[in-house]
Ligand binder design. Sequence first.
Ligand SMILES: *Cc1c(COP(=O)(O)O)cnc(C)c1O
Length: 328
Amino acid sequence: MAESGSRFPLGTWPTPLEQAPRLAAAIGLQPGDLWIKRDDLGGLGGGGNKVRKLEWTIGDALAKGADTVVTTGAPQSNHARLTAAAAARAGLDAVLVLAGRPGRSGSGNLALAGLFGASVVWAGDVSHEDLAEAAREVADDLSGRGAVPALIPFGGSSALSARGYVECGNELLRQAPDLHEVVVAVGSGATMAGLVAALGDERVFGVDCGALDDPAPAVAELAAPNATAAVEAGRLRIRREQVGAGYGELTEPVAQALYIAGRTEGIALDPIYTGRALAGLIAAVADGSVVPGRKTIFLHSGGLPGLFGHPAAVAHAEAGLRAAPPLA
Ligand SMILES: *Cc1c(COP(=O)(O)O)cnc(C)c1O
């Protein structure tokens, strides 16, 4: 293991694994094929996949005697919102260093971060590297004023935090020993990385959401210290076509995926991550890379607050009230 640290409990485990027969049939699978792993029900702060990762990064911060956590993200970062909630639970201060400027993003995650007592530093329109640098400057400034800050990396992803998804993979093996594959949205990479470490590269199917230029090397690097077998970036199964025009964009396949999940199972997906993951699964069934007759697990990684911070997605959802387009 690359880093030390002990786990600080934040969630309610195991999360449920629920069958989704109507969604399965709507996308061309058999009704018994598709199951949803409800990691959106993680308990803390509105839930989502960042809770499992934060158990390790917050545990590490506490072990190092930190009194403040500093992290980065997009204005509608689920990770930043959940870092704020986790910090509150652990009795730490949270400073969120966000790309962009105030007033340009809908409320969603930001409103929740406000409830959880975080402070926000706006870094302007900066690159990934400059955002990380801004966070280091904020941490240095805090140290200079006598605080003890701990930096939590972009998306909460580190080799340490990937352990949260090694645990999720093991949980899935207990809940569904016959699972054929797990479909997961890929952002900063530790979620897929932990699953790959637990389940092997064949059984994890990632759908890139456009947070990184190329997620495969990042996923491999985060998985390797947690895996018993070698992990090669080139062997990872990651679909990239759902990124569309970019991370924040609501694409037509994703817009349709949001309606399909909502209308078959009453499940809300988000426009950035889980909507892309389902759109990727739909495309994979259509082109034969996911086939009926095998147990496919869709990881619901959360993100619902982000829907309310995404004006195009809200307009799309509300349009459903006037005319419900037929399922494809
Ligand atoms: C961050 C996020 C992901 C991606 O997880 P990574 O570990 O960053 O790859 C997926 N779904 C949701 C809802 C997220 O917020």
